[in-house]
Design a protein around this ligand. Sequence first.
Ligand SMILES: [Zn+2]
Length: 216
Amino acid sequence: MERLADTRMRLCVDLKECEYLLIGLGEEWERLEPAQIPGAYESLRRLAQGKDYFVVTTVTDGRIFESPLDGTRITAPCGNRNWLQCSCSCTKDIWERGELPSEICPHCGAPLTENTIAAQEYIEEGYLPQWNAYKAWLAGTLNRRLLILELGVGFGTPTVIRWPFEKTAFFNRKAHMYRVNQTFYQISEQIRERAEAVEANSVEFCREMIENLSGI
Ligand SMILES: [Zn+2]
């Protein structure tokens, strides 16, 4: 495997030349310590600066929405732990944490639970508007120069980012994908022409990318 520094330099060029930037965030971002979170998202913001970008994240801590990234360009389909739903799913209503101090569903009296895929019956209304915005954005990238950065995504929920991103790289002949992951960096044969494996922690990799970018 070539040196990581060379990969980062090539990625800097790809970043400059791409028309669209698709970012996927997975388990490596879920595992961040609270103190690391602001710096990690700040690196992403700088990577995405001036780009027509969209972020898909499986992380459910909601911290990305407090970051300087544009909230209208983020979708979190696995939910947000700061939002609550009825644990019996009697209603599609969603409340912000603290909005109902009793944390009891006003419709049926059941306790509220976090609005994430961990809920027994996940109320999807919370993420769907932004998911639809993402689908519309993605449709506009077909056969355009699309740079795909898949960062730290494993096999927790592969149907959300990992497999669809591979499909996007496969069908868009002008796409180029980097799969950055400490452990699950492998690329399948079908997309080898348009994708590369980067064996590195994705959070660390982004931070170092920013140092490269500022050095150009
Ligand atoms: Zn209820």
